[in-house]
Design a protein around this ligand. Sequence first.
Ligand code: ACO
Length: 164
Amino acid sequence: MSSTLKENLNIVIRTLSLPEFKDLLNKLIEIYQSGYKGLEKYAYQKRHDIKSYLKWLYKTDPESFLVAFKNNRPISFIAGCRFWQDKLYGEIGEIHELVVDKPFQGKGVGKKLLQETINNFKKDHDKIGLWVGEHNDQAIAFYKKMGFKVGGQVGKWLRMIKEI
Ligand code: ACO
């Protein structure tokens, strides 16, 4: 699967084979570290932990692990699960992670990755969920703009849900 992003950005979004994922893992870790600068309390800090987390994200649902490339270089990824068991809603689509390399934030990249995932999840569900840090204002504003509503809170994590 692949699609072209905003014309002027010339970005391609696609899934990765397992060998590709392994090849790109170090780059994806860098994107995660860059994207979460200033938001450390909501992100893994140790390289080992980030690596394990990204491997878990990929394995959970490789079809829902999408990477945005600019000039063949990864700049962002989204990781979800098409069939996630939610305590309140039963089976829904879940977004586990979305992160854009810092220099590329605010250019429409996150929106395109999220839209692609929503389109994929629509086939199976009418709801999509995610957890976001309670003071991660940028991400909360982004998700609200994308139609998510706060549906609860557990500790420092806000639950957000969107009807799709
Ligand atoms: N305030 C208000 N609106 C905002 C903000 C903000 N701070 N940030 C983005 N938006 C709006 C944009 O204006 C845009 O609206 P438009 O389409 O009308 O122009 C829309 O949201 C889409 O913005 P993008 O440019 O696509 O957002 P971006 O590419 O920066 O991606 C993201 C957003 C993923 C939150 C990015 O900033 C990021 O990587 N942040 C750090 C990591 C993070 O917090 N990830 C989310 C954690 S929660 C989870 O992953 C489930």
